[in-house]
Design a protein around this ligand. Structure first.
Ligand code: IPM
Ligand code: MG
Length: 358
């Protein structure tokens, strides 16, 4: 198989973790007879510095004409003073919108070797395997009207939470389809006791569910879900929710697994999928060879699984990560007594070395 991959390393630790993922993908390609062609482009703060804009046309065109996009991270203190329209984060929102990536899959699965790195007790988290399906191109992130306007006494800032039947239907389908391949349980998270947009959300999810009677559907308010994720995370299989609630709940779910540095994500919905770790650019540790590359490498595995249907190859990468953890190697964020501390580069090399090894 031959595939063209756009590489957008971005800011902070992005340029440190992306090469680790590329090395692993190249090795898997060589082992399994595929050729992956990587082309890099600027995104986020580095693109602002070079062109004035976080998502230059050239970058968007490269993404649109590739088979998949691998993204590191964007943002940092250097660009925080800019107008909203010019901030690095806009690049992410632009890519999601322009590529039509309405579904964001964020798995939070615990590697049992890391149970002690979590702030929760082992018995609460051992065996958790939650998938947050976050709606990614609608809701309050994109709703209109939005803005800041002058009032007689100061200003008012406003955004609009809005969902249509079509938007809810397509994300609900993704959730039910995915649940079918897992434990067949979907929790739909909303705030239907207060918000009209949530009232519609719930109604439409119930309607879509009629075609998926083999999957169990439960509804939960978002505040309760935030609590239940800490109290008893094992009750969840697939969580489907809006853009904003999903942003918040996926960080919470990630932390159950010990470190946000471990987790990958896939944004899908059209021909070109985008794959990125769920953590940010971590400017405080950038350039220090300290970042955990596992979330990035695991994002590469998700790309193989979801965009290219290379299931065996994706499994090989995930198994290699597991092996390296079992051998006791840890980056700083998941370090524990009795483990071996390694940097970004060495962790990447270890995962490479263990690929396909018994
Ligand atoms: C995420 C991030 C982004 C979001 C930011 C950086 C725009 O937090 O991918 O979860 O809010 O979606
Ligand atoms: Mg977030």
């Amino acid at each position: 198989m031959k595939k063209k991959i756009a590489v957008l390393a971005g800011d902070g630790i992005g340029p440190e973790i992306v090469p680790a993922a590329i090395n692993v993908l190249e090795a898997i390609g060589a082992q399994c007879g595929h050729s992956f062609e990587f082309t890099s482009a600027l995104v986020g703060g580095q693109a602002i510095d070079a062109t004035g804009w976080p998502l230059p046309d050239e970058t968007l065109n490269l993404a649109k004409t590739s088979d998949a996009v691998l993204l590191g991270a964007v943002g940092g203190p250097k660009w925080e003073g800019l107008d909203y329209e010019r901030r690095p984060e806009r690049a992410l929102l632009g890519l999601r919108e322009k590529l039509g990536l309405f579904a964001n899959l964020r798995p939070a699965k615990l590697y049992s070797e890391l149970a002690d790195a979590s702030t929760l007790k082992r018995e609460v988290i051992d065996g958790i395997d939650v998938l947050v399906v976050r709606e990614l191109t609608g809701g309050i992130y994109f709703g209109k009207p939005k803005g800041i306007e002058a009032t007689a006494t100061g200003h008012r800032g406003f955004n609009t939470e809005v969902y249509t039947t079509e938007e809810i239907t397509r994300i609900a389908k993704v959730a039910f389809e995915t649940a079918r391949k897992r434990r067949k349980l979907v929790h739909s998270i909303d705030k239907a006791n207060v918000l009209e947009s949530s009232e519609l959300w719930r109604k439409v999810v119930i309607e879509v569910h009629k075609d998926y009677q083999d999957v169990e559907l439960k509804h939960m308010y978002v505040d309760n879900c935030a609590m239940q994720l800490i109290r008893n995370p094992k009750q969840f299989d697939v969580i489907v929710t809006t853009n904003l609630f999903g942003d918040i709940l996926s960080d919470e779910a990630a932390m159950l697994t010990g470190s946000i540095g471990m987790l990958p994500s896939a944004s899908v919905g059209s021909e070109v999928g985008m794959y990125e770790p769920i953590h940010g650019s971590a400017p405080d540790i950038a350039g220090k060879d300290m970042a955990n590359p596992i979330g990035m490498i695991a994002s590469g595995a998700m790309m193989l699984r979801y965009s290219f249907d290379l299931v065996k190859e994706a499994d090989l990468i995930e198994e290699s990560i597991q092996k390296v953890l079992a051998q006791g190697y840890r980056t700083k964020d998941i370090e524990a007594p009795g483990t071996k501390l390694v940097g970004t580069k060495e962790m990447g090399e270890l995962i490479l070395k263990n690929l396909g090894q018994e």
